[in-house]
Write a protein that binds this ligand. Structure first.
Ligand code: NAD
Ligand code: TYD
Length: 333
């Protein structure tokens, strides 16, 4: 088995590479990644000698064709993933999610790849006040990030219907865990709390997210790759629905800080109030999440405490300018 993992140098992609190498010891894993500000070889440091790595964009037809030759499966994680950055400038989101997905699908069809798996997000469904989204719920994205992700998903389903290719889509809820870029809520608050910097909570902080530990999502993706039915979508939701303010309070406790660090700041435009997924379909494949939020959060805080080598270069680089633009203030360190 030879599998191409696009976006494999990112947070979830690198967790999936580890999962694939441990659950398929004989597999050849090829990673293709553009290494944007969010993608880092350091995320694959412990498996570097067990994979082939290609630095390229999924928009690059030649690089994609070369990387995909002789592959039995493709798992596409490559994406621009931060909602706030998509609000500031959406172009890279449209390019990677729509053009990039189109290039991957064309190559997979032309080369006769056995299975294509598109990694997507619960955000394509928009916000839900009560109950949970199923795979049949209409797409109603709110941000340029989720709108362009929905565009990619629709190209996949059109490709299945029109060309009869074997493709599946996996829509995950909010992930957290080791190696997540500090622009995202949980690592941002963990690192700010460790540094004694304020913890910015958008609006009233009562937005609800369905938190999923990254290793659980990686296992779900592998289950869908093996057992999912061609042409189907699979939702993968975490075991806990929590208001942002409660997640931030828990981080304050775990880092031994005081709640006075919490600062309510201007809300995100178009901010979805609540995400919730029904995961019955992926559970029927034998998957279930193993990590509850309390345990996963404690593990995540420990990981960031012990891996300053990983995050120090990020907190001292481009991220500082991004942070100042986004929050109108700097970070210490
Ligand atoms: P990430 O930002 O950590 O990683 C994205 C990776 O894609 C990076 O390595 C980056 O260099 C690479 N990349 C970006 N544009 C590329 C391009 N044009 N060509 C090749 N590589 C490119 O993101 P993540 O959190 O690991 O998310 C991975 C996938 O999972 C995305 O498709 C995202 O939409 C989806 N997802 C994320 C979450 C979440 O909570 N983080 C939840 C559900 C689904
Ligand atoms: P985020 O980690 O950006 O993921 P997503 O937008 O994909 O859900 O944000 C998670 C939640 O936390 C979301 O409701 C926005 C909120 N949030 C804050 O309150 N403050 C912040 O500084 C950030 C980055 C996010």
């Amino acid at each position: 088995m030879r599998v191409l993992v696009t976006g494999g140098a990112g947070f979830i992609g690198s967790a999936y590479v580890r999962e694939a190498l441990s659950s398929r010891p004989d597999a050849d894993v090829v990673v293709l990644d553009k290494l944007t500000y969010a993608g880092r070889r350091a995320n694959l440091a412990d498996v570097e000698d067990r994979i082939a790595f290609i630095e390229a964009s999924i928009e690059d037809r030649n690089a994609v064709r070369n990387a995909m030759t002789d592959c039995d499966a493709v798992v596409n994680f490559a994406a621009e993933t931060h909602v706030d950055r998509s609000i500031a400038d959406q172009e890279a989101f449209a390019r990677t999610h729509v053009i990039g997905t189109s290039v991957l699908l064309d190559a997979a069809r032309e080369l006769g790849v056995g299975r294509y798996l598109q990694v997507s997000t619960d955000e394509v469904y928009g916000s839900i006040a009560s109950g949970s989204f199923s795979e049949d719920s209409p797409l109603d994205p709110s941000s340029p990030y989720s709108a362009t992700k929905a565009g990619g998903d629709l190209l996949v389903s059109a490709h299945v219907r029109t060309h009869g290719v074997d493709a599946v889509v996996c829509r995950g809820s909010n992930n957290y865990g080791p190696r997540q870029h500090p622009e995202k809520l949980i690592p941002l608050c963990v690192l700010n709390a460790l540094a004694g910097d304020p913890l910015p909570v958008y609006g009233d902080g009562r937005q609800v997210r369905n938190w999923l530990y990254v290793e659980d999502f990686a296992r779900a993706i592998d289950a869908v790759l093996r057992l999912g039915q061609a042409g189907e979508v699979y939702n993968v939701g975490g075991p806990d629905e929590t208001e942002n303010i409660d997640v931030v309070r828990r981080i304050v406790e775990l880092t031994g800080r005081d709640e006075s660090l919490i600062e309510h700041v201007t809300d995100r435009p178009g901010h979805d109030r609540r995400y919730s997924l029904s995961s019955d379909k992926v559970r029927a494949l034998g998957w279930s999440p193993a990590t509850r939020l309390d345990e996963g959060l404690a593990r995540t805080v420990d990981w960031y405490r012990q891996n300053e080598w990983w995050w120090a270069p990020i907190r001292s680089g481009e991220y500082r300018q991004y942070y100042e633009r986004q929050y109108g203030r700097g970070i210490s360190g």
